[in-house]
Design a protein around this ligand. Structure first.
Ligand SMILES: [Zn+2]
Length: 225
């Protein structure tokens, strides 16, 4: 029997004992898939958008999908510390956006405040950023820190979201005390799970532009449109 035939047979046996189910509608699917074909077809990238940072600088935001199911349900799973869901979000971002074609030097996740990290045990943006870094072979660095424990953005009105996040970010201490020259003239990509009003990305981008990078873009799994 040819080796491929053997592998195919082994796969069939494995699928029989460890079946995979669509993360949204629960139908039986192939191993290594996340959604069934029907649910996967509902994930359509939204147009890239620009967030103004200063008069001259802006930040381009790529997104795998509008904030709606089935991806919305994967993002909400973070309340159950589902690291697997975060890894899958990264893979969907790679499939549904043009990231592979972009010229990026460093990947930087949006950090959580230390107290929120302690409560949840992991940061969804970091897990996504790590997988993207590995797949794209781009260094991943925790360049930012969240110095203020902000209220959940979703609980605030649009006008209060900006002031809630004002001065929320800073350069991480380990980079601040040494040298941030390696960022100069480099292309940075910020990573977050969700973009609602863009206030988080704007505030993080403002801090990073002080380091004089060549460009900053951002990628999120979902964006509210
Ligand atoms: Zn499905």
């Amino acid at each position: 029997m040819a080796i491929f035939e053997k592998i195919k047979k082994l796969n069939l046996i494995f699928n029989f004992f460890y079946p995979s189910f669509c993360r949204y509608c629960n139908v039986l699917i192939e191993q290594d898939s996340i959604f069934c074909l029907n649910c996967f077809s509902k994930i359509n990238p939204v147009a890239t958008t620009f967030l103004p940072i200063t008069k001259k600088k802006s930040l381009k935001v790529y997104s795998a999908c509008e904030y709606k199911d089935p991806l919305r349900s994967l993002i909400l799973k973070k309340t159950f510390s589902d690291i697997l869901a975060s890894k899958q979000l990264a893979k969907i971002i790679l499939q549904k956006t043009i990231l592979k074609k972009l010229d990026i030097d460093f990947i930087v996740p949006i950090p959580l405040h230390i107290s929120r990290y302690a409560f949840r045990g992991y940061n969804q943006a970091s897990v996504i950023a790590k997988v993207l870094g590995k797949e794209l072979e781009i260094p991943y660095i925790n360049l930012l820190r969240r110095k203020k424990r902000t209220i959940f953005q979703s609980k605030l009105s649009v006008s209060k979201r900006q002031s809630n996040l004002k001065d929320a970010f800073d350069i991480a201490f380990r980079y601040k005390i040494f040298n941030t020259d390696f960022i100069k003239n480099k292309n940075i990509m910020l990573v977050d799970d969700l973009c609602t009003t863009g206030a988080t990305l704007k505030n993080a981008g403002r801090v990073l532009f002080n380091l004089k990078p060549k460009s900053i873009c951002a990628v999120v799994a979902c964006r509210v449109v």
